[in-house]
Design a protein around this ligand. Structure first.
Ligand SMILES: Nc1ncnc2c1ncn2[C@@H]1O[C@H](COP(=O)(O)OP(=O)(O)OP(=O)(O)O)[C@@H](O)[C@H]1O
Length: 236
């Protein structure tokens, strides 16, 4: 399981010109590791996740998810790869208000002829993995912000993705709960061999990440600082 971005450039139309959101980005994330990408607002973090998650096709460069070069796939093949191999944890949990915690995970499950019972067992395992087995029957309004974020993470991991993309997972949480969520993501990443990318503007919570990379004006900076070779961060 791994994620590779090679020489990725992404531009958006901007008042008759093009705005470069990602500038010759190279990033390799081996399975079982967390790479944190840290940068200020507008630096390209969401763009990076959108490209890595195969939601947006870059102008140039290649994206390889779990050994498959996404660039050559049709739209339908990309959607299938995303469903099978990519988990995304959005900033806000976006849980469905009427569903219990375990049902949030069940709706994400690949049906694929699997009996409902097996899907439920898998969902319960997923909740247990994030310490939420005791809250399986609760609806979102009966959970704390940290608990909702745990359900969010469990849901993203329900189909055992090769790649996990996490957008500002701690923004709605206080420091202690935020640190617990990052520690949880790191543990699950190691246990499952997932290639995890976490983007944030907050450096204080990143002690648990295997690697921290900075992003400024669409360019990566190894080590998270403003110095260093632009754009290129080889696999750890
Ligand atoms: N759909 C779009 N059309 C035009 N420009 C865009 C679009 N999306 C993002 N941009 C621009 O691309 C650059 C990178 O944006 P991006 O959303 O990736 O940054 P970010 O680091 O995620 O910011 P934030 O932390 O505020 O979410 C910014 O200059 C932004 O204004």
């Amino acid at each position: 399981m791994s994620l590779h971005l090679t020489d990725v450039t992404l531009t958006y139309p901007d008042a008759g010109a093009r705005l470069t959101a990602l500038d010759r980005v190279a990033l390799g994330v081996p399975g079982g590791t967390v790479t944190a990408v840290v940068g200020p607002s507008g630096s390209g973090k969401s763009s990076l996740l959108a490209v890595a998650g195969t939601l947006v096709t870059p102008d140039r460069g290649r994206v390889t998810v779990d050994g498959t070069d996404v660039t050559d796939l049709t739209r339908a093949e990309r959607a299938e790869l995303r469903r099978r191999s990519v988990g995304i944890v959005f900033q806000q949990p976006h849980l469905l208000p009427s569903l219990t915690a375990v049902e949030q995970l069940q709706v994400m499950a690949r049906i694929d002829g699997r009996p409902a019972r097996a899907v439920r067992d898998r969902a319960m395992e997923g909740l247990a993995a994030v310490g939420m087995a005791g809250e399986a029957g609760r609806r979102p309004h009966q959970l704390s912000g940290g608990q909702r974020q745990r359900v969010n993470i469990a849901r993203a991991l329900m189909n055992d993705p090769a790649v996990l993309l996490v957008d500002e997972p701690t923004s709605a949480l206080d420091r202690e709960r935020g640190a617990a969520v990052v520690a949880l993501l790191t543990r699950l990443t190691r246990e499952r061999g997932t290639a995890t990318v976490l983007v944030t503007h907050d450096r204080t919570l990143l002690g648990a990440a295997d690697r921290v990379v900075g992003i400024h004006d669409g360019r990566l900076r190894p080590g998270g600082g403003r110095d260093g070779a632009a754009g290129t961060v080889p696999p750890a």
